[in-house]
Ligand binder design. Structure first.
Ligand SMILES: *[C@@H]1O[C@H](CO)[C@@H](O)[C@H](O)[C@H]1NC(C)=O
Ligand SMILES: *[C@@H]1O[C@H](CO)[C@@H](O)[C@H](O)[C@H]1NC(C)=O
Ligand SMILES: *[C@@H]1O[C@H](CO)[C@@H](O)[C@H](O)[C@H]1NC(C)=O
Ligand SMILES: *[C@@H]1O[C@H](CO)[C@@H](O)[C@H](O)[C@H]1NC(C)=O
Ligand SMILES: *[C@@H]1O[C@H](CO)[C@@H](O)[C@H](O)[C@H]1NC(C)=O
Ligand SMILES: *[C@@H]1O[C@H](CO)[C@@H](O)[C@H](O)[C@H]1NC(C)=O
Ligand SMILES: *[C@@H]1O[C@H](CO)[C@@H](O)[C@H](O)[C@H]1NC(C)=O
Ligand SMILES: *[C@@H]1O[C@H](CO)[C@@H](O)[C@H](O)[C@H]1NC(C)=O
Ligand SMILES: *[C@@H]1O[C@H](CO)[C@@H](O)[C@H](O)[C@H]1NC(C)=O
Ligand SMILES: *[C@@H]1O[C@H](CO)[C@@H](O)[C@H](O)[C@H]1NC(C)=O
Ligand SMILES: *[C@@H]1O[C@H](CO)[C@@H](O)[C@H](O)[C@H]1NC(C)=O
Ligand SMILES: *[C@@H]1O[C@H](CO)[C@@H](O)[C@H](O)[C@H]1NC(C)=O
Length: 801
C-alpha cells in the first residue's frame, strides 16, 4: 500500500459566478427575556470566550462564558479521580465475558462507577452597559454579520441621537470588544461585570480608574474552587475620565461634551490549567491565579486603537470565514426578511434555500467562535451557557455529539481550529484514560467512555446503557485520521496524531475476544453497549465498524509515521484479518445493530420500526467509511447493492428522527447525511428541512426537545456536515486504494438549490475544489487541484476540470 505524496498547491481559479451577499442574522426587537436568551441572542466568541448580547437599548448586557470555567472536579473535591475506581476491576471481565457469550446478554455492574464530583460548565457573568437613553420606537435593529463576525445594535433616542453598539470577540487580542458610537455626545455610561446568580461569598464586582472587574470562585471550599476573573478596560483610557462606585463595582463614564465614541475590551480567565491533568501534577488541573493574565491581556488590547482592534479581528476572522463559500439561490427573496420570521415560517414541505445556506454559514461562524487552537473544544453548547449548571453539564458527550461538532471542519477549511481538540485529548483524556484502561480493563493504551468533563473524567459512569461506551476514543480517531487525510501534515501526524492513534489501538488490540457464541472464528468486542440503546452484549456492530476503520488506517499510517515496532503492526494486521467487520443482516434485510440471534417468532432486538434516535450501526456508512468506502480495505458499500439496500432499509425502519425517545435535531441531520451518501436527494433534503422545521428556533440555534430547550449545539454543527455530504462523496481514503481516487460531486443536490455553486471545498489528499450545478442540481463544472483525483457526477459521468 504505497502512500502517494500530493503537492499542496492550491490554485483556486477565479469564479465566473457572482458571489452571494454577506449573510446576517437580524431582528427588529431586542432580546430582553433572560430566561429565553438562548432562543433569542446571536452568538459570538473567540474560542476561549463566548458572548451572548441581550438587553434593551440603553441597558445592554452580554453574557460571558470562559471555556474552562467549570465547577466540580479536583476544584470541588480533593479525592476526585476522574471516575476511576480505587482498585483494579478488570479481574471481573472474564466472568462478565463468559456470562455474555453463554447467555448472549449480560451486565457490567462490577465495572460501573459514579458521577461523583463531575461538575458543570458554568457562566462567568454579564458585561452590563447602562445608559438609559429613551429609545425612539421603530429605530431598533440588532444583527450579526457572518461576513465580519461583528454584532451591531442600532437605535435612536427620542431627542434624535443615533446610536450604534458593536460587539466582536477577537482571537488575535483574546478579548471581546464593545464599542458605542453616537452622532451626539454620549450620555453617562455605567459599566459593570456582574454575576447575579451568586452572592458576594462567591463573586465580587470591583472597579478602579478606567477599569471594572469581576472576581469569583466556584466554591469557597475547602478545597478552594476554581478562580475566575474578568476585567473591562476602556480603550484609550488616558483621555477619558471615569468614576468608580466601589460598593457596586460600577465604573461610571460621565457625560463629557464631545465624547461620541467609547470602546471597552473585556478579557477573562480562570486558574484551570489543562497541562496539569496528569500524575506528575497529581491531576490537580490547578494553574496560576488568572489575575495577572487578565490584567495583561486587557491592558495590551486596550493600548490599541479600536480601529486597530477591529482590523486585527477582521484579518483573522475573514481568513477563516472566507475559506469556504456556498452560494444557493434566494428564490423566496428571504435575505431581507427578519431572521425569526424566516424560521417561524419555515416548513419542511417547501424549505427555503436562503435559510439553508444561512445555517451553513452560521455553523461555520459558531465553530470559529467556539473552538480555536488555544481553547478547549466546542462543548455540548459550543461555548454558550447562561446558567450555573448546564444541561448535561454542557460537557463532551462522545458517542455522537462531540464528533458531530466537528463534521464541518475539515472540508470547509477549518481544519486548523481543531488543534484545541487534539490538545484536549492529549492533556485530559490520555493521562487519566491510561489509568482507566489499566484499572477497568487491565489494558495498555488509554480509554474514555461516553461523558467527559474538562477534568479527565474517563471512568465509566453509573448506567451501562449509556456509560458502558469505551469506544468514544476510537470514534474520535476518525477525526485524527481525517485531519491528516485533509492536511497531509506529516509533522503533525508524527507529533500529535499518531501517538493518539497508537494508544487507542493498543487498548483495543488487547480487548478483542474470539466469538464464543457463534464460534465463527471472528474477533469481537465483549462486553459492549450500542450507544444508549439495547442490552450489554458482544459484537456490537458499531464497535466492530469503528475498529475495522481504526485498524485499517493504522496499517497505512503506522509505516508513514515510521512506527519502529513491527510486531505491533503485524498484530494489527492479523487482528484485522480476523475482526468481525460489523455487517450482518437482520431477518428483514436491514443492518443488525447487535450480533445477537434473531428468534423467528419474536424480534426482541433489531426489530423493525425501532425508531431510536441513534444510528450507531450505520456509523460505517456515515460518518464512517468502513461500510461505504470502495477502498480495498473496506466493505465497498458505495458500489455494493446489498450494503446500500441494507442501509436504506435500516434508515426507513429508524424513522425520520422524531421517535418517542427524542425529537432532537442531531438525529435528523445524521439521517440526512446517510441518505445523501445513498444518492437519495429526496430523503436527504427532507431530513435537512425537517430538522430546521422541528428544531431550529428564531435565532438559528437548534434545541433538543423540538423547539424547546435545552439548547444543544450539535445539530447546528452537524447541519454543515450534512450539507457537505449532499455536495460531495469523498470516501476513498488517500493511500487506501488504487492509484486514482474518485470523488463524486453532487450526490444529493435538490433542484431547489439549482444553479448554485460552492468554493473552497477541501478534498482528501490536500487541496480544494470549486464547482457549480445546473437547474436540476447536476454538477456541470469543477475547478481546482485534481492531481490523482477523478471527479464524477451522480450518474458516474466524469467532469473534467
Ligand atoms: C420568557 O421566556 C420564558 C421561557 O421561554 C417564558 O416562559 C416566559 O413566558 C417569557 N416571558 C415573557 C415575558 O415573555
Ligand atoms: C470523596 O469523598 C466524598 C465525601 O467523603 C464521598 O462522598 C465521595 O464518594 C468520595 N469520592 C470518591 C471518588 O472517592
Ligand atoms: C451480572 O453479571 C454477573 C457476572 O458477570 C453475575 O454474577 C450477576 O448475577 C449478573 N447480575 C444480573 C442482575 O444479572
Ligand atoms: C447464564 O445465565 C444464567 C442465569 O440465567 C446463569 O445461571 C449462568 O451462570 C450464566 N452463564 C454464565 C457462563 O455465566
Ligand atoms: C440615567 O442614569 C443616570 C445615572 O447613571 C441618572 O442620573 C439619570 O437620571 C438617568 N436618566 C434617566 C432618564 O433615567
Ligand atoms: C443623528 O442621526 C439621526 C439619524 O440619522 C439624525 O436624525 C440626527 O439629526 C443626527 N443628529 C446629529 C446631532 O447629527
Ligand atoms: C451566599 O452563597 C453561599 C454559597 O452558595 C451560601 O452558602 C450563603 O448562604 C449565601 N449567602 C447569602 C447571604 O445569601
Ligand atoms: C468578596 O468580598 C467579600 C468581602 O470583602 C469577601 O469576604 C469575599 O471573600 C469576596 N469573594 C471573592 C470570591 O473574592
Ligand atoms: C503542521 O503541523 C505542525 C505541528 O502541529 C504545525 O506546527 C504546522 O503549522 C503545521 N503546518 C501547516 C502547514 O499547517
Ligand atoms: C413499519 O412501519 C411502516 C410505516 O409505518 C409500516 O408500513 C410497516 O408495516 C411497519 N412494519 C412493521 C414490521 O411493523
Ligand atoms: C457486497 O457486500 C456483501 C457484504 O459485505 C458481500 O457479501 C458481497 O459479496 C458483496 N457483493 C459484491 C458484488 O461485491
Ligand atoms: C451513487 O452514485 C455514485 C456515482 O454514480 C455511484 O457510484 C453509487 O453507486 C451510487 N449509489 C447508489 C446507492 O445508487
Amino acid at each position: 500500500m504505497m502512500y502517494r505524496f500530493i503537492n499542496l498547491i492550491i490554485t483556486l481559479a477565479p469564479l465566473a459566478t457572482v458571489l452571494c451577499n454577506a449573510k446576517v442574522l437580524w431582528s427588529s426587537t431586542s432580546a430582553t427575556n433572560y430566561s429565553n436568551i438562548i432562543r433569542e441572542a446571536y452568538l459570538l466568541g473567540n474560542g476561549r470566550l463566548g458572548a451572548m448580547p441581550f438587553g434593551s437599548p440603553g441597558n445592554e448586557k452580554i453574557v460571558l462564558n470562559v471555556d474552562s470555567l467549570w465547577a466540580g472536579g479536583p476544584f470541588g473535591a480533593t479525592n476526585y479521580t476522574g471516575g476511576n475506581p480505587s482498585e483494579e476491576k478488570y479481574t471481573y471481565l472474564s466472568g462478565i465475558r463468559d456470562w455474555i457469550f453463554q447467555n448472549t446478554t449480560g451486565n457490567v455492574s462490577q465495572l460501573l462507577g459514579k458521577s461523583d464530583g463531575y461538575g458543570s460548565y458554568q457562566v462567568m457573568g454579564n458585561l452590563s452597559v447602562l445608559h438609559n437613553a429613551t429609545m425612539m420606537p421603530g429605530t431598533y435593529r440588532r444583527q450579526l454579520d457572518l461576513d465580519t463576525g461583528i454584532h451591531t445594535t442600532v437605535f435612536s433616542d427620542v431627542v434624535g441621537n443615533a446610536f450604534t453598539a458593536s460587539i466582536l470577540c477577537s482571537y488575535p487580542d483574546q478579548v471581546c470588544i464593545y464599542q458605542l458610537d453616537s452622532n451626539g455626545t454620549l450620555p453617562e455610561l455605567s459599566i459593570r461585570l456582574e454575576n447575579q446568580l451568586v452572592n458576594s461569598t462567591l463573586a465580587n464586582s470591583t472597579c478602579g480608574h478606567g477599569y471594572t472587574g469581576l472576581t469569583g470562585i466556584t466554591q469557597v471550599g475547602p478545597p478552594e474552587g476554581m478562580r475566575y476573573e474578568g476585567v473591562v478596560r476602556i480603550v484609550g483610557a488616558g483621555n477619558i475620565s471615569t468614576r468608580c462606585d466601589e460598593e457596586r463595582g460600577l465604573m461610571v463614564v460621565p457625560r463629557t461634551s464631545g465624547l461620541r465614541s467609547l470602546s471597552i475590551v473585556v478579557g477573562a480567565g480562570t486558574n484551570y490549567d489543562q497541562t496539569k491533568g496528569n500524575a506528575a501534577s497529581n491531576f490537580s488541573f490547578r494553574g496560576d491565579d488568572p489575575a495577572e493574565y487578565v490584567q495583561s491581556v486587557t491592558s495590551e488590547a486596550a493600548s490599541h486603537s479600536s480601529s486597530q482592534l477591529r482590523q486585527r479581528h477582521l484579518n483573522d476572522y475573514q481568513r477563516l470565514s472566507s475559506a469556504f463559500t456556498l452560494d444557493l439561490p434566494d428564490s423566496d427573496n428571504s435575505s431581507n426578511v427578519e431572521t425569526s420570521v424566516l424560521f417561524g415560517r419555515y416548513d419542511s414541505n417547501n424549505g427555503d434555500p436562503y435559510v439553508e445556506s444561512l445555517l451553513l454559514d452560521y455553523s461555520r461562524h459558531l465553530l470559529i467562535s467556539s473552538s480555536r487552537d488555544n481553547s478547549l473544544p466546542a462543548n455540548l453548547q459550543g461555548r454558550w451557557s447562561p446558567d450555573l449548571a448546564a444541561a448535561w453539564s454542557a460537557d463532551y458527550h462522545a458517542n455522537i455529539n462531540l464528533q458531530m461538532n466537528y463534521w464541518g471542519a475539515e472540508q470547509t477549511g477549518l481544519g486548523e481550529i481543531q488543534h484545541g481538540l487534539w490538545r484536549y485529548m492529549q492533556d485530559t483524556w490520555v493521562p487519566r484514560g491510561t489509568e482507566t484502561a489499566k484499572l477497568l480493563y487491565g489494558a495498555p493504551g488509554w480509554v474514555t467512555h461516553d461523558e467527559m468533563n474538562v477534568f479527565g473524567h474517563t471512568g465509566m459512569k453509573e448506567d451501562a446503557q449509556w456509560a458502558n461506551y469505551p469506544a468514544s476514543a476510537a470514534w474520535m480517531m476518525q477525526h485524527v485520521t481525517d485531519h491528516f487525510s485533509y492536511s497531509q501534515n506529516m509533522t503533525w501526524l508524527k507529533e500529535t496524531g499518531y501517538p493518539l492513534l497508537k494508544g487507542v489501538t493498543q487498548f483495543w488490540l488487547s480487548q478483542l475476544q474470539e466469538d464464543r457464541y457463534w464460534n465463527d472464528g471472528t474477533l469481537v468486542v465483549n462486553p459492549c453497549n450500542s450507544p444508549e440503546h439495547g442490552p450489554t452484549t458482544f459484537g456490537c456492530t458499531h464497535y466492530q465498524q469503528l475498529l475495522h476503520q481504526l485498524f485499517a488506517n493504522m496499517l497505512v499510517l503506522g509505516p508513514l509515521a515510521s512506527e519502529p515496532d513491527s510486531a505491533f503492526i503485524t498484530n494489527i494486521s492479523i487482528t484485522l484479518s480476523r475482526l468481525d467487520k460489523g455487517f450482518h443482516l437482520t431477518s428483514w434485510d436491514g443492518v443488525k445493530e447487535w450480533k445477537l440471534p434473531d428468534p423467528e417468532d419474536s424480534q426482541v432486538y433489531d426489530f423493525q420500526n425501532d425508531t431510536h434516535r441513534h444510528l450507531s450501526h450505520l456509523w460505517g456508512w456515515y460518518p464512517g467509511l468502513s461500510l461505504s468506502s470502495p477502498s480495498a480495505s473496506f466493505l465497498s458499500g458505495y458500489t455494493n447493492r446489498t450494503i446500500q439496500d441494507a442501509v436504506a432499509t435500516s434508515l426507513y425502519s429508524r424513522g425520520i428522527g422524531n421517535g418517542p425517545d427524542a425529537n432532537s435535531g442531531w438525529e435528523k441531520v445524521w439521517r440526512s447525511a446517510c441518505w445523501a451518501r445513498l444518492n437519495n436527494t429526496e430523503r436527504a433534503y427532507f431530513e435537512l428541512k425537517y430538522a430546521i422545521e422541528q428544531n431550529f428556533v428564531g435565532n438559528g440555534l437548534s434545541m433538543y426537545s423540538g423547539k424547546n430547550p435545552p439548547f444543544q449545539i450539535d445539530a447546528n454543527f452537524g447541519f454543515a456536515g450534512t450539507v457537505l455530504s449532499m455536495l460531495v462523496v469523498d470516501v476513498e481514503e488517500v493511500g487506501m486504494g488504487g492509484d486514482e481516487r474518485t470523488v463524486v460531486l453532487g450526490p444529493a443536490i435538490p433542484k431547489e438549490w439549482g444553479n448554485g455553486s460552492v468554493k473552497g471545498f477541501r478534498i482528501r489528499g490536500g487541496g480544494a475544489v470549486s464547482f457549480g450545478w445546473d437547474a436540476d442540481g447536476k454538477v456541470s463544472w469543477v475547478k481546482g487541484d485534481n492531481e490523482g483525483v477523478r471527479f464524477v457526477d451522480k450518474d458516474g459521468k466524469e467532469i473534467v476540470a
